[in-house]
Ligand binder design. Structure first.
Ligand SMILES: [Zn+2]
Length: 188
C-alpha cells in the first residue's frame, strides 16, 4: 500500500462535514484539481498550490505528481494524489504501528497491548487504564505519535512517507474555519 498523510478533525465524535464542502474548499485552495479513478474510487490530482499547502521537510524532495503509467493510475502508487473518503457513521481508528505503540499521556509508558484494547464498534467509549500511573484515558487521548488518528472524516494524501511532509498552517486554518474544529494529522 502507498504511504499516506492523513488529516482529520481532532474531536472524534464531532458531526462530520459534507465531503462536497471539503472538496470545494480544497479546489479553491488549489490543493486538488481534476478527478480520476483509482481503485474504483474518485481521487484528485494535486493542484497548483500543493507544495505551498503541504510542506516537504527534505531539502530537495523528488515528488511525482503525474503518474507514469496506467498501472500507477490504477493502483495509486508512485505519485502524490488526494482522496476524500465519505464520512463514517462512527469514529474509527486508522493507522497504529506495533513498532511505535501509543504512550500514556500522563506517564508516557508505552501501551504495547493497544490492539487488544480497541473495540472498533465503540472506539470513543473505550478507556485505557494505565497500570503504571493508575490514570484512565480514552483512546483518542493516548499519545499516538503521529501513527494513528480517530475520526469520522479523513483527508488522505497518497504518496507521502512518514514525516516527509506536514500540512501548512494555511491548510489547517482553512479546515479549522470550515469545520469549527481543530485538525490534526498522522502518517500510515
Ligand atoms: Zn500512565
Amino acid at each position: 500500500m502507498p504511504h499516506k498523510l492523513y488529516l482529520h478533525p481532532t474531536s472524534p465524535s464531532q458531526q462530520h462535514l459534507d465531503t462536497r464542502l471539503i472538496e470545494d474548499k480544497l479546489l479553491n485552495l488549489e490543493l486538488i484539481e481534476q478527478r480520476f479513478q483509482c481503485q474504483n474510487q474518485t481521487h484528485f490530482y494535486a493542484g497548483n498550490r500543493f507544495v505551498e499547502l503541504v510542506i516537504f521537510l527534505g531539502c530537495s524532495p523528488a515528488i511525482e505528481f503525474t503518474p507514469n503509467s496506467t498501472e500507477q493510475v490504477f493502483n495509486g502508487e508512485g505519485f502524490c494524489h488526494i482522496h476524500l473518503p465519505p464520512p463514517r457513521h462512527q469514529p474509527i481508528l486508522i493507522g497504529g504501528d506495533t513498532n511505535q505503540p501509543p504512550r500514556c499521556p500522563t506517564c508516557r509508558t508505552n501501551i504495547d497491548d493497544w490492539q487488544h484494547l480497541i473495540n472498533a464498534n465503540d472506539i470513543i467509549n473505550t478507556v485505557h487504564h494505565c497500570k503504571k500511573c493508575n490514570q484512565q484515558h480514552t483512546i483518542d487521548q493516548l499519545k499516538w505519535r503521529k501513527t494513528a488518528g480517530i475520526a469520522q472524516q479523513f483527508i488522505e494524501i497518497w504518496g507521502i512517507y512518514p514525516n516527509e511532509a506536514v500540512p501548512s498552517e494555511e491548510l489547517l486554518s482553512a479546515l479549522r474555519q470550515l469545520s469549527q474544529n481543530e485538525w490534526d494529522f498522522f502518517y500510515v
